[in-house]
Design a protein. Structure first.
Length: 403
C-alpha cells in the first residue's frame, strides 16, 4: 500500500505531522479523524524504486527490537495509549525497514486488531515467544511489565548468543588463515623451489619429494577440491534439513568431547530463561513449553520438552520426564522439582538460567584457552615442516661442497 505524508491539527490546536500507510487518501482522513486530528495536507510519498528489493534494504537487528520494546514499555507505563506510542516510535525510527513494519502494526491496531495479532503478521521480527508474551500481557492488563521482561530477556539471550559465537569464531578464523597460508605456499612458493631443485640434478630427500608431490596435486586438483568441499557442505545442509538428519547431527553435537558440554549448557540456559520468562508473564504452561521447545536450538532438547508437555497434559510433573531424557543435569531436575513443589517454578527457572549463564562464560573461557595452543602448534608445525623440507636439499648440497 502507498504511504501518505500528512499534516494536521489536534482538538487542542497543536500542529502534528506524520506518515500513514493506507489504500488511499480517504482512508488516511478516516484514520486521522478517529485520532481527533483535522487533516490540512495529505500527500502520497514518492515510492522508492528499490523498496521491494530486500537485499538493498537495511536489516532489522535485535537491538532495534529491544530499544523499541523498552521505549514502548515506558510510554505505556506513563499512560500513553498504545496507538500513540506506536505512532511516535514509528515517526522517530531511523531504520526504514523497521519504520515500515511499525507503521503496518500501528495501522492494524487502529483498524481493530489486537497488538499481539498485529505482531504475528511479522514473524521474522517478532517470534512466537514475543507474540505470546504480548498476548498474555494484553489479557492480564500488564503489557508494560511484559514488554520490560521481554526486553531484558532479549538482551540476555543476545549476550548468550555472542558468547557462543566468540567461542566458535576464534578457531574458525585461525583455521581459515592456516588453510590460506598453506594454499599460497603449495601453489606459489613450492614451484619456485621445485624449479631450483631440478637444476641440481640429484635425488631429493624423501620429505622434500613428498612436499613437491603434494604441491603438484594441490595445483592440479585445486578447483576439484574446492568444488568437492562445496558439494559436501551442500549435502550436509540438505541432510541437516531433514528430521532424521537434524536429530542425528544434534545428538552427535551434544556428545562431542569439546563442544558438547558447552552446547548442553547453552541449551539449558536458553530453555530455562525462555520458560521462566513465559510463565512469569502469565503464558499457560502448555503453550510456554511449546514456545520454549521451538527456541531450544537442538532437536534432542526440543523432543525432550515436547515429552514434558505430554507428561503435564497427562497429569505428571515436569521434573520426571526431564530426568528420563538424560539430557539435563541432576541439579537442574532437582531445582525444577523444588520449584514445582513450592509454586515458584518461574523464579527457580530464572535462577537456573543465571547459574548456567556463568557456566557458559567459564566454558567459553576454558575452551578458548584450550584451543589457542593447539591452533598455534598446528599452524607453526605445518609451515615449519614445509620450510624444513624445502631447505633439506640446500643443506645436503652445502654439506657436499664442504666435504
Amino acid at each position: 500500500m502507498p504511504v501518505y505524508v500528512w499534516e494536521g491539527t489536534t482538538a487542542k490546536g497543536e500542529t502534528k505531522k506524520g506518515e500513514l500507510e493506507a489504500s488511499d487518501d480517504r482512508a488516511v482522513r478516516l484514520i486521522l479523524r478517529r485520532q481527533r486530528i483535522t487533516p490540512a495536507k495529505i500527500k502520497a510519498r514518492p515510492r522508492d524504486l528499490f523498496e521491494n528489493v530486500s537485499l538493498l534494504q537495511p536489516k532489522i537487528t535485535t537491538k532495534d527490537i529491544v530499544v523499541f520494546t523498552r521505549q514502548l514499555s515506558t510510554m505505556i507505563d506513563a499512560g500513553l495509549p498504545l496507538i500513540q506510542g506506536l505512532d511516535a516510535l514509528a515517526a522517530q525510527q531511523e531504520n526504514k525497514s523497521f519504520k515500515k513494519v511499525l507503521q503496518e502494526i500501528k495501522n492494524d491496531v487502529e483498524t481493530g486488531s489486537t497488538f499481539a495479532d498485529s505482531l504475528k503478521k511479522h514473524p521474522k521480527q517478532f517470534d512466537r515467544l514475543y507474540c505470546n508474551m504480548v498476548q498474555a500481557g494484553e489479557v492480564g492488563g500488564i503489557l508494560d511489565e511484559v514488554l520490560t521482561r521481554l526486553a531484558a530477556y532479549m538482551e540476555k539471550a543476545e549476550k548468550l548468543k555472542r558468547k557462543v559465537k566468540a567461542a566458535l569464531t576464534y578457531p574458525t578464523i585461525v583455521l581459515g588463515i592456516a588453510g590460506l597460508v598453506l594454499a599460497v605456499i603449495m601453489i606459489f612458493v613450492i614451484p619456485v623451489f621445485q624449479k631450483m631443485f631440478a637444476d641440481f640434478g640429484s635425488a631429493l630427500p624423501a620429505p622434500t619429494q613428498m612436499v613437491i608431490n603434494l604441491s603438484e596435486f594441490v595445483k592440479s586438483y585445486f578447483l576439484a577440491m574446492a568444488a568437492g568441499v562445496a558439494v559436501l557442505i551442500f549435502l550436509f545442509k540438505k541432510y541437516y534439513s531433514t528430521e532424521t538428519g537434524r536429530r542425528n547431527v544434534d545428538r552427535l553435537l551434544l556428545r562431542a568431547p569439546v563442544f558438547g558440554p558447552l552446547l548442553r549448557k547453552v541449551a539449558v540456559a536458553k530453555l530455562t530463561r525462555t520458560l521462566g520468562t513465559l510463565i512469569n508473564s502469565g503464558v499457560p504452561i502448555i503453550e510456554a513449553l511449546n514456545v520454549a521447545a521451538g527456541t531450544a536450538g537442538n532437536k534432542i532438547v526440543e523432543e525432550a520438552i515436547y515429552k514434558v508437555r505430554t507428561s503435564i497434559s497427562e497429569g505428571r510433573t515436569i521434573a520426571q520426564p526431564l530426568q528420563e531424557s538424560g539430557i539435563f543435569p541432576n541439579m537442574v531436575v532437582q531445582m525444577i522439582s523444588v520449584g514445582e513443589t513450592t509454586g515458584a517454578l518461574d523464579q527457580m527457572l530464572n535462577k537456573i538460567a543465571e547459574f548456567y549463564d556463568d557456566e557458559v562464560d567459564a566454558a567459553v573461557d576454558g575452551l578458548t584457552s584450550m584451543i589457542e595452543p593447539f591452533m598455534i602448534v598446528f599452524l607453526g608445525g605445518s609451515v615449519g615442516s614445509i620450510i624444513i623440507a624445502m631447505y633439506l636439499p640446500i643443506f645436503k648440497m652445502a654439506g657436499a661442497v664442504a666435504g
